[in-house]
Design a protein around this ligand. Sequence first.
Ligand SMILES: C[S@@+](CC[C@H](N)C(=O)[O-])C[C@H]1O[C@@H](n2cnc3c(N)ncnc32)[C@H](O)[C@@H]1O
Length: 251
Amino acid sequence: MYLCLEIRTLLVNPYTSEGSKKQQVIRMFDNISGTYDFLNSLLSLGIDRYWRKKTLASISFNPQDELKILDIASGTGALAIQAAKAFNHANVIATDVSEKMLEIGRQKVLKHQLQDRILCQFADAEQLPFPENKFDVISAAFGVRNFENLNKGITEMHRVIKPGGQIVILEFSRPRVFPIKQLFQIYFKFILPLIGRLLSKDERAYNYLFESVQQFPDFERFTAILEASGFKNCSYKPLTFGICSIYIGYK
Ligand SMILES: C[S@@+](CC[C@H](N)C(=O)[O-])C[C@H]1O[C@@H](n2cnc3c(N)ncnc32)[C@H](O)[C@@H]1O
């Protein structure tokens, strides 16, 4: 019952309430791919890089380990690239459903000369083209909120991760403390969509960002979803007054 409620709440779509969320999400990220990295840094004042760094620091494996890492909803590869640098013997598969985001990711991988260790591959998180028990670590930054069916995506992560493997998920959450809660609400609801609309090629993308964050089951609710999907020792760590959180779990 609890899970059904949570899954339903993810049905906020980028453009119209009818039709597939996935197709709309793909269209939206294809549209904004060219400005995505720039706007990320601008709108977060560069803190997004620190959030990803903290996410990778939550991985309990040794930086020298020969890990197989799957970065889900990798977009333009920001987390995948930081992961390959932090774990310099790891091989990373960076997956996404937006070909245009992936293409920018591929160019960045070449620029960082990481093409031997990062593969950017089209894959739907809700239907992963990988066998069971393949990966040591699965990461996802600002991705799970966009899934059409959150439960399916988390179940797929659980299927393809090895026993003993770890997931690290970074996602926006809603600050609960005064006055950050109020300031964040004003910034996310009014200022961010305005800048987003002016600088990206998409009218709706940054309104969708606000709406999807409002609908996402954050903090203990998402931790409970991870546990219900079979992950053990799940926990969450709020970052920057709870603007986003790192969620951790083990198989
Ligand atoms: C906000 S971006 C995050 C990109 C990157 N992880 C980062 O930290 O900047 C969300 C990404 O999730 C992808 N995405 C949404 N639904 C997906 C799905 N079902 N499977 C794979 N990727 C998905 C989108 O195409 C988009 O590139």
